[in-house]
Design a binder for this molecule. Structure first.
Ligand code: FES
Length: 239
């Protein structure tokens, strides 16, 4: 049975499930905490540092990432202290220096009133949040991409940075990427995902001719799911 504990959240004493993440508790109470590397479908990763909160645990104050910090009895949590705001602003400034031309990161910085210019720019739209890598592995189950290289050279890439032979072209990585770094185009019966050097033939609907999905993706689904043939041959509208 789940253990219920008491914590203090923004000054209010509340009862929560033991080990629930502080982010999930905030969301249940409609308290906004920004995130970039969190998705409920994925294991918490704690890498973007956007979801910072301040905690007091046995008299000790600390800043922690709320997406992977578990609730425990007596914990005091504050989501909007001066320290949270100033530390998060530094995180946003670092992101802005990494991706100074990126629309999403610029909008994020603007929403927090953070300006760039103090740090050296890197000019890389990939903020290494790992959303694409984790989604491909944990949700799609294909594991076509990962991290390569180390330190400031770290990138998201296919094995040996070569054209992926396992990517099924489902586009989940494109969907979850918070900065629009991963580029996917459908053109002339093919799907292209630039970042993974992928070019896949699209299956067209037997009835209306509209493109359904990459053939490789449909083959992948055929192997793991027992779906009627219509699923593979007809588009959503014609089924
Ligand atoms: S959302 Fe918590 S570190 Fe990214």
């Amino acid at each position: 049975m789940e253990e219920i504990i008491k914590i203090e959240f923004n000054g209010e004493e509340i009862e929560v499930k033991k080990d629930a993440t502080l982010l999930s508790i905030a969301r249940e109470r409609n308290i906004y905490i920004p995130t970039l590397c969190h998705n409920d479908a994925l294991e918490p990763y704690g890498v973007c540092r956007m979801c910072l909160v301040e905690i007091e645990d046995k008299g000790r104050m600390r800043i922690v990432t709320s997406c992977n910090y578990p609730a425990k009895e007596g914990l005091k949590v504050k989501t909007d202290t001066e320290k949270v705001v100033s530390t998060r602003n530094v995180v946003v400034e670092l992101l802005l220096a990494r991706a100074p031309e990126n629309k999403e990161i610029n909008e994020l910085a603007e929403s927090f009133g953070v300006k760039g210019g103090r740090l050296e720019n890197v000019n890389d739209d990939c903020i290494l949040c790992g959303m694409c890598v984790r989604t491909c592995d944990e949700v799609v189950g294909v594991n076509a991409i990962g991290f390569a290289q180390r330190g400031i050279d770290r990138i998201t890439a296919t094995p040996f940075v070569e054209a992926s032979e396992t990517c099924i072209g489902c586009g989940s990585c494109v969907y979850v990427c918070p900065t629009g770094y991963i580029k996917m185009t459908d053109k002339d019966g093919k799907r292209y995902i630039e970042n993974w050097k992928v070019e896949l033939e699209l299956q067209s609907c037997e009835n209306c001719g509209a493109y359904i999905a990459p053939k490789r993706q449909l083959d992948y689904i055929r192997n793991i799911a027992d779906l009627p043939n219509d699923f593979y041959n007809l588009c959503f509208d014609c089924r």
